[in-house]
Unconditional design. Structure first.
Length: 334
Protein backbone atom coordinates (compact mmCIF):
# COMPACT_ATOMS: atom_id res chain seq x y z
CA UNK A 1 0.00 0.00 0.00
CA UNK A 2 1.46 3.37 -1.06
CA UNK A 3 0.85 6.53 0.97
CA UNK A 4 1.53 10.11 -0.05
CA UNK A 5 2.71 12.02 3.05
CA UNK A 6 2.42 15.79 3.42
CA UNK A 7 4.15 17.88 6.10
CA UNK A 8 3.98 21.64 6.74
CA UNK A 9 3.96 22.02 10.54
CA UNK A 10 6.89 24.44 10.83
CA UNK A 11 9.52 25.63 8.36
CA UNK A 12 9.83 22.64 6.01
CA UNK A 13 7.40 21.94 3.17
CA UNK A 14 7.63 18.22 2.50
CA UNK A 15 5.99 15.43 0.51
CA UNK A 16 6.94 11.75 0.23
CA UNK A 17 5.75 8.43 -1.10
CA UNK A 18 6.18 5.47 1.28
CA UNK A 19 5.09 1.87 0.85
CA UNK A 20 3.61 -0.13 3.77
CA UNK A 21 5.01 2.32 6.31
CA UNK A 22 8.57 1.10 5.70
CA UNK A 23 9.89 1.63 2.15
CA UNK A 24 10.71 5.16 1.00
CA UNK A 25 10.06 5.74 -2.73
CA UNK A 26 10.65 9.49 -2.49
CA UNK A 27 11.20 12.08 0.22
CA UNK A 28 11.27 15.73 -0.90
CA UNK A 29 11.89 18.55 1.60
CA UNK A 30 11.89 22.27 0.76
CA UNK A 31 13.49 24.09 3.68
CA UNK A 32 12.74 27.73 4.52
CA UNK A 33 15.54 27.97 7.09
CA UNK A 34 17.69 30.41 5.07
CA UNK A 35 14.87 32.97 5.05
CA UNK A 36 13.90 32.60 8.73
CA UNK A 37 17.58 32.87 9.72
CA UNK A 38 17.46 36.56 8.78
CA UNK A 39 15.02 37.06 11.70
CA UNK A 40 16.70 34.71 14.20
CA UNK A 41 13.74 32.31 14.27
CA UNK A 42 10.66 31.11 12.41
CA UNK A 43 8.30 33.93 11.38
CA UNK A 44 4.90 32.16 11.28
CA UNK A 45 3.32 34.30 8.56
CA UNK A 46 6.32 33.90 6.26
CA UNK A 47 6.26 30.15 6.92
CA UNK A 48 2.59 29.87 5.85
CA UNK A 49 3.16 31.88 2.69
CA UNK A 50 6.20 29.83 1.67
CA UNK A 51 4.28 26.59 2.27
CA UNK A 52 1.51 27.88 -0.02
CA UNK A 53 4.04 28.62 -2.74
CA UNK A 54 5.99 25.36 -2.43
CA UNK A 55 3.45 22.66 -1.65
CA UNK A 56 2.23 21.84 -5.16
CA UNK A 57 5.74 21.68 -6.64
CA UNK A 58 7.09 19.61 -3.74
CA UNK A 59 4.22 17.12 -4.07
CA UNK A 60 4.63 16.84 -7.85
CA UNK A 61 8.34 16.22 -7.35
CA UNK A 62 7.69 13.52 -4.71
CA UNK A 63 5.30 11.71 -7.07
CA UNK A 64 7.69 12.05 -9.99
CA UNK A 65 10.73 10.79 -8.03
CA UNK A 66 8.66 7.80 -6.87
CA UNK A 67 7.71 7.09 -10.48
CA UNK A 68 4.01 7.43 -9.65
CA UNK A 69 0.95 9.46 -10.35
CA UNK A 70 -1.91 9.99 -7.91
CA UNK A 71 -3.52 6.89 -9.46
CA UNK A 72 -0.80 4.73 -7.87
CA UNK A 73 -1.43 6.19 -4.39
CA UNK A 74 -3.76 4.40 -1.95
CA UNK A 75 -4.13 7.07 0.77
CA UNK A 76 -2.97 10.56 1.73
CA UNK A 77 -1.44 11.21 5.17
CA UNK A 78 -1.09 14.76 6.46
CA UNK A 79 0.31 16.39 9.60
CA UNK A 80 -2.60 18.14 11.31
CA UNK A 81 -1.15 18.83 14.80
CA UNK A 82 0.78 20.16 16.67
CA UNK A 83 2.66 23.05 15.05
CA UNK A 84 2.24 26.60 13.73
CA UNK A 85 -1.44 26.89 12.97
CA UNK A 86 -1.12 28.85 9.72
CA UNK A 87 1.58 26.49 8.49
CA UNK A 88 -0.41 23.36 9.36
CA UNK A 89 -3.52 24.72 7.64
CA UNK A 90 -1.68 24.91 4.32
CA UNK A 91 -0.85 21.18 4.35
CA UNK A 92 -4.23 20.16 5.75
CA UNK A 93 -6.23 22.10 3.17
CA UNK A 94 -4.00 20.96 0.32
CA UNK A 95 -4.39 17.33 1.42
CA UNK A 96 -8.16 17.77 1.75
CA UNK A 97 -8.30 19.13 -1.78
CA UNK A 98 -6.31 16.17 -3.09
CA UNK A 99 -8.49 13.71 -1.20
CA UNK A 100 -11.69 15.36 -2.43
CA UNK A 101 -10.58 15.39 -6.06
CA UNK A 102 -9.18 11.82 -6.11
CA UNK A 103 -11.51 10.10 -3.65
CA UNK A 104 -8.47 8.78 -1.74
CA UNK A 105 -8.80 8.30 2.03
CA UNK A 106 -7.27 11.07 4.13
CA UNK A 107 -5.35 10.13 7.30
CA UNK A 108 -4.60 12.78 9.95
CA UNK A 109 -1.16 12.32 11.55
CA UNK A 110 0.21 13.77 14.81
CA UNK A 111 3.62 15.37 14.20
CA UNK A 112 5.38 13.74 17.16
CA UNK A 113 3.95 10.31 16.30
CA UNK A 114 5.46 10.78 12.86
CA UNK A 115 8.88 11.61 14.35
CA UNK A 116 8.68 8.28 16.21
CA UNK A 117 7.75 6.56 12.91
CA UNK A 118 10.95 7.84 11.25
CA UNK A 119 12.52 4.92 13.13
CA UNK A 120 10.31 2.39 11.29
CA UNK A 121 11.95 3.65 8.09
CA UNK A 122 15.51 3.47 9.46
CA UNK A 123 15.01 0.16 11.33
CA UNK A 124 12.85 -2.30 9.35
CA UNK A 125 12.85 -4.77 12.27
CA UNK A 126 11.55 -2.23 14.84
CA UNK A 127 8.11 -2.94 16.30
CA UNK A 128 6.36 -1.68 19.45
CA UNK A 129 6.40 -1.98 22.42
CA UNK A 130 9.31 0.33 23.25
CA UNK A 131 10.11 3.47 25.19
CA UNK A 132 10.73 6.59 23.10
CA UNK A 133 12.48 9.84 23.92
CA UNK A 134 10.96 12.48 21.63
CA UNK A 135 13.31 15.48 21.49
CA UNK A 136 12.32 18.18 19.02
CA UNK A 137 12.31 21.96 18.80
CA UNK A 138 8.93 22.24 20.50
CA UNK A 139 8.61 19.10 22.65
CA UNK A 140 10.57 16.85 24.98
CA UNK A 141 8.65 13.75 26.02
CA UNK A 142 9.36 10.27 27.31
CA UNK A 143 6.65 8.17 25.67
CA UNK A 144 5.71 4.55 26.24
CA UNK A 145 4.73 3.22 22.80
CA UNK A 146 2.63 0.13 23.46
CA UNK A 147 1.42 -0.18 19.86
CA UNK A 148 1.84 1.80 16.62
CA UNK A 149 -1.05 4.07 17.60
CA UNK A 150 -1.18 3.64 21.38
CA UNK A 151 1.08 5.91 23.43
CA UNK A 152 1.36 7.11 26.99
CA UNK A 153 3.41 10.10 28.18
CA UNK A 154 5.71 9.06 31.04
CA UNK A 155 7.47 12.42 31.40
CA UNK A 156 7.80 15.77 29.66
CA UNK A 157 9.47 19.15 29.92
CA UNK A 158 7.97 21.69 32.31
CA UNK A 159 9.32 24.66 30.32
CA UNK A 160 11.65 24.77 27.28
CA UNK A 161 11.99 21.80 24.95
CA UNK A 162 15.54 20.46 24.55
CA UNK A 163 15.80 21.77 20.97
CA UNK A 164 14.50 25.17 22.01
CA UNK A 165 17.09 25.33 24.83
CA UNK A 166 19.84 24.38 22.35
CA UNK A 167 18.66 27.10 19.96
CA UNK A 168 18.40 29.79 22.65
CA UNK A 169 21.80 28.98 24.18
CA UNK A 170 23.33 28.96 20.68
CA UNK A 171 21.72 32.28 19.84
CA UNK A 172 23.11 33.88 23.00
CA UNK A 173 26.56 32.76 21.81
CA UNK A 174 25.98 34.44 18.43
CA UNK A 175 25.23 31.35 16.34
CA UNK A 176 22.69 31.54 13.49
CA UNK A 177 19.19 29.98 13.66
CA UNK A 178 18.60 27.10 14.20
CA UNK A 179 21.58 27.05 16.54
CA UNK A 180 21.33 23.49 17.89
CA UNK A 181 23.32 21.98 15.06
CA UNK A 182 26.04 24.69 15.24
CA UNK A 183 26.32 24.37 19.02
CA UNK A 184 26.65 20.60 18.63
CA UNK A 185 29.42 21.00 16.08
CA UNK A 186 31.46 23.51 18.04
CA UNK A 187 30.96 21.52 21.27
CA UNK A 188 32.99 18.71 19.68
CA UNK A 189 36.15 20.83 20.12
CA UNK A 190 35.37 21.98 23.69
CA UNK A 191 35.92 20.76 27.26
CA UNK A 192 32.60 19.74 28.80
CA UNK A 193 33.96 20.21 32.35
CA UNK A 194 35.06 23.81 31.72
CA UNK A 195 31.89 25.35 33.14
CA UNK A 196 29.85 24.03 36.02
CA UNK A 197 26.20 24.32 34.96
CA UNK A 198 23.03 23.25 36.81
CA UNK A 199 21.46 19.87 36.04
CA UNK A 200 17.87 20.82 36.91
CA UNK A 201 15.50 18.21 38.34
CA UNK A 202 11.74 18.49 38.80
CA UNK A 203 11.00 17.51 42.39
CA UNK A 204 8.50 14.68 42.74
CA UNK A 205 8.50 14.03 38.97
CA UNK A 206 11.54 11.85 38.17
CA UNK A 207 10.80 11.63 34.43
CA UNK A 208 10.08 15.34 33.82
CA UNK A 209 12.62 17.83 32.51
CA UNK A 210 13.34 21.54 32.99
CA UNK A 211 15.78 23.24 30.65
CA UNK A 212 15.00 26.92 31.02
CA UNK A 213 17.23 27.42 34.12
CA UNK A 214 20.12 25.80 32.32
CA UNK A 215 19.65 28.08 29.33
CA UNK A 216 19.45 31.13 31.65
CA UNK A 217 22.68 30.04 33.39
CA UNK A 218 24.48 30.18 30.03
CA UNK A 219 22.98 33.59 29.21
CA UNK A 220 24.01 34.94 32.67
CA UNK A 221 27.58 33.67 32.27
CA UNK A 222 27.81 35.44 28.91
CA UNK A 223 26.33 38.70 30.27
CA UNK A 224 28.63 38.73 33.28
CA UNK A 225 31.67 38.15 31.09
CA UNK A 226 30.52 40.86 28.68
CA UNK A 227 30.15 43.38 31.52
CA UNK A 228 33.73 42.67 32.55
CA UNK A 229 34.91 43.05 28.97
CA UNK A 230 35.79 39.35 28.78
CA UNK A 231 34.92 36.78 26.16
CA UNK A 232 34.21 33.17 27.04
CA UNK A 233 35.47 30.20 25.04
CA UNK A 234 32.38 29.32 23.02
CA UNK A 235 33.50 25.74 22.38
CA UNK A 236 33.92 25.02 26.12
CA UNK A 237 30.63 26.70 27.01
CA UNK A 238 28.83 24.78 24.22
CA UNK A 239 30.38 21.50 25.35
CA UNK A 240 29.42 22.13 29.00
CA UNK A 241 25.85 23.09 28.04
CA UNK A 242 25.44 20.10 25.74
CA UNK A 243 26.78 17.79 28.43
CA UNK A 244 24.28 19.15 31.00
CA UNK A 245 21.30 18.74 28.63
CA UNK A 246 22.33 15.23 27.59
CA UNK A 247 22.97 14.18 31.22
CA UNK A 248 19.38 15.25 32.11
CA UNK A 249 17.99 13.31 29.12
CA UNK A 250 19.97 10.13 29.78
CA UNK A 251 19.34 10.14 33.54
CA UNK A 252 15.53 10.36 33.29
CA UNK A 253 15.26 7.98 30.34
CA UNK A 254 17.43 5.38 32.10
CA UNK A 255 15.26 5.63 35.22
CA UNK A 256 12.08 5.23 33.14
CA UNK A 257 13.51 2.24 31.22
CA UNK A 258 14.38 0.52 34.49
CA UNK A 259 11.09 1.36 36.23
CA UNK A 260 9.06 0.04 33.29
CA UNK A 261 11.37 -2.96 32.71
CA UNK A 262 11.81 -2.02 29.06
CA UNK A 263 14.71 -3.21 26.90
CA UNK A 264 14.08 -1.31 23.66
CA UNK A 265 14.78 2.44 23.46
CA UNK A 266 13.97 4.70 20.52
CA UNK A 267 15.04 8.34 20.07
CA UNK A 268 13.11 10.67 17.75
CA UNK A 269 12.89 14.35 16.74
CA UNK A 270 15.40 16.94 15.54
CA UNK A 271 17.66 16.65 18.60
CA UNK A 272 18.16 12.93 17.89
CA UNK A 273 20.75 14.21 15.37
CA UNK A 274 22.87 15.51 18.25
CA UNK A 275 26.23 13.77 18.35
CA UNK A 276 26.44 13.47 22.13
CA UNK A 277 22.81 12.28 22.40
CA UNK A 278 23.65 9.48 19.97
CA UNK A 279 26.98 8.57 21.62
CA UNK A 280 25.71 8.61 25.20
CA UNK A 281 22.54 6.60 24.55
CA UNK A 282 24.60 4.16 22.51
CA UNK A 283 26.99 3.68 25.44
CA UNK A 284 24.18 3.31 28.00
CA UNK A 285 22.24 0.82 25.89
CA UNK A 286 25.35 -1.27 25.18
CA UNK A 287 26.20 -1.38 28.90
CA UNK A 288 22.71 -2.54 29.81
CA UNK A 289 22.08 -4.82 26.84
CA UNK A 290 19.19 -2.67 25.60
CA UNK A 291 18.35 -2.27 21.91
CA UNK A 292 18.71 1.33 20.70
CA UNK A 293 17.12 2.83 17.57
CA UNK A 294 17.84 6.35 16.33
CA UNK A 295 16.75 7.61 12.90
CA UNK A 296 19.34 8.02 10.16
CA UNK A 297 20.43 11.67 10.07
CA UNK A 298 18.36 12.53 6.98
CA UNK A 299 15.17 11.50 8.84
CA UNK A 300 15.84 13.24 12.18
CA UNK A 301 14.42 16.60 11.10
CA UNK A 302 10.96 17.33 9.70
CA UNK A 303 10.10 15.31 6.58
CA UNK A 304 7.05 13.72 5.01
CA UNK A 305 8.32 10.13 4.76
CA UNK A 306 7.78 9.82 8.50
CA UNK A 307 4.24 11.21 8.07
CA UNK A 308 3.44 8.58 5.44
CA UNK A 309 5.01 5.88 7.65
CA UNK A 310 2.89 6.75 10.69
CA UNK A 311 -0.11 7.37 8.38
CA UNK A 312 0.06 3.74 7.27
CA UNK A 313 -0.31 2.47 10.84
CA UNK A 314 -3.03 5.04 11.59
CA UNK A 315 -4.83 3.78 8.44
CA UNK A 316 -4.54 0.16 9.61
CA UNK A 317 -6.01 1.16 12.99
CA UNK A 318 -9.04 2.60 11.16
CA UNK A 319 -8.30 6.32 11.39
CA UNK A 320 -9.88 8.43 8.60
CA UNK A 321 -10.40 12.20 8.34
CA UNK A 322 -13.57 13.76 7.02
CA UNK A 323 -13.62 16.91 4.92
CA UNK A 324 -14.24 18.71 8.22
CA UNK A 325 -10.62 18.02 9.30
CA UNK A 326 -9.04 21.04 10.98
CA UNK A 327 -5.46 21.79 12.03
CA UNK A 328 -4.60 22.07 15.72
CA UNK A 329 -1.65 24.07 17.14
CA UNK A 330 -1.47 21.98 20.33
CA UNK A 331 -2.50 18.37 20.82
CA UNK A 332 -1.31 15.55 23.05
CA UNK A 333 0.44 12.57 21.46
CA UNK A 334 -1.70 10.14 23.50
O1 LIG B 1 11.98 17.84 15.13
P1 LIG B 1 12.44 19.13 14.54
O2 LIG B 1 13.05 19.11 13.18
O3 LIG B 1 11.28 20.17 14.52
C1 LIG B 1 10.27 20.20 15.49
O4 LIG B 1 9.34 19.38 15.39
O5 LIG B 1 10.43 21.02 16.42
O6 LIG B 1 13.49 19.69 15.58
C2 LIG B 1 14.17 20.87 15.36
C3 LIG B 1 15.08 21.12 16.54
C4 LIG B 1 15.69 22.51 16.53
O7 LIG B 1 15.55 23.08 17.81
C5 LIG B 1 17.13 22.22 16.19
O8 LIG B 1 18.04 23.16 16.69
C6 LIG B 1 17.34 20.89 16.87
O9 LIG B 1 16.15 20.19 16.56
N1 LIG B 1 18.52 20.20 16.35
C7 LIG B 1 19.61 19.93 17.11
C8 LIG B 1 20.53 19.29 16.26
N2 LIG B 1 19.98 19.19 15.02
C9 LIG B 1 18.73 19.74 15.10
N3 LIG B 1 19.85 20.18 18.41
C10 LIG B 1 21.03 19.78 18.90
N4 LIG B 1 21.98 19.17 18.15
C11 LIG B 1 21.78 18.90 16.85
N5 LIG B 1 22.72 18.28 16.11
ZN1 LIG C 1 9.43 18.09 14.04
Amino acid sequence: MKLLGIESSCDETAAAVVEDGRIIHSNVVASQIAEHRLYGGVVPEIASRRHSEAIVGVTEEALQQAGCTLRDIDAIAVTYAPGLIGALLVGVNFAKGLSLSTGLPLIPVHHLRSHIASNYLSHPELEPPFLCLVVSGGHTHIVQVTDYTKMKIIGCTRDDAAGEAFDKAARSMGMPYPGGVHLDEIAETGDDHAFSLPHPKVSGAPYDFSFSGLKTAVINLLHNAQQKGQTLPVNDLSASFRRAVVDCLTKNVTKAMEALSMDKLVIAGGVSANRLVRREFDRICRERGWTLCVPELSLCGDNAAMVAAQGYYEFLSGSRATMGLNACAAMTIE
